[in-house]
Design a protein. Structure first.
Length: 227
């Protein structure tokens, strides 16, 4: 899992920070808003380890965490004019960092979903291409009959998959869930679900398209997926 949830103090400043720090940061921010470059430089220098501590309290992935830190500092720079001196500084800062963290996690989830979507489309297209009657037109009655037979064969092939592969394929292709939602339903990680789905599609292609050398062995590499 990429994200971890720490206690509330872990999201704020590191140990030893107190109200005096927040008051100083608030003062520096208001001075920076008036054009004081020195105050702004001091503010950013002190806030960088604070932001880093908050992000690392939520993310295990060090590379992702550092990207979020940089994005949060950039967002802080862009939003500096929105800060109001009469409001507490730390909640404002924490909101910026929290939003940067959430945005990064959402983008990672979307990227994973796109990667699996490409595999999904390619696999379904391969199934249709490999199993369709050769040389039959779309209006050919015999071809339509064969497509009906193919649908029944596909159902049988799906039922023959190892349970976890079948579950992954059904959640994604039949129920139309996102990768994240399907992984949560299956009680596994998004990466593991993608592997199960990919192996499931390979096995389906092997059963329906005759590519036994390519697909039939795939699902048997992982004993967990056979259960």
């Amino acid at each position: 899992m990429t994200e971890r949830r720490g206690s509330r103090p872990a999201e704020g400043a590191p140990a030893g920070r107190d109200g005096a720090d927040a008051a100083r940061w608030r003062d520096w921010m208001t001075r920076a808003q008036r054009g004081d470059a020195t105050a702004y430089r001091k503010l950013l220098e002190e806030l960088l380890p604070v932001v880093r501590a908050q992000v690392r309290a939520r993310l295990f992935d060090a590379a992702l965490a550092e990207d979020v830190v940089q994005n949060a500092m950039l967002n802080l720079h862009r939003a500096r004019a929105t800060y109001r001196a009469e409001r507490p500084f730390l909640p404002w800062l924490r909101a910026i960092v929290r939003n940067a963290t959430v945005d990064a996690l959402r983008e990672r989830a979307r990227r994973s979903a796109r990667e699996l979507a490409v595999d999904d489309v390619d696999s379904v297209a391969a199934l249709a291409r490999d199993a369709s009657p050769r040389g039959a037109s779309a209006d050919d009655g015999e071809a339509r009959v064969r497509r009906g037979e193919l649908a029944a064969e596909l159902e049988r092939a799906l039922a023959a998959l190892p349970p976890r592969q079948r579950e992954a394929v059904e959640l994604l292709h039949v129920h139309g869930l996102s990768v994240a939602a399907a992984a949560a339903r299956a009680g596994t990680t998004t990466g593991a679900l993608k592997v199960r789905a990919h192996r499931g599609y390979r096995a389906l292609r092997a059963r329906l398209g005759g590519h036994a050398s390519d697909g039939a062995r795939g699902p048997r590499r992982d004993g967990e997926d056979e259960r």
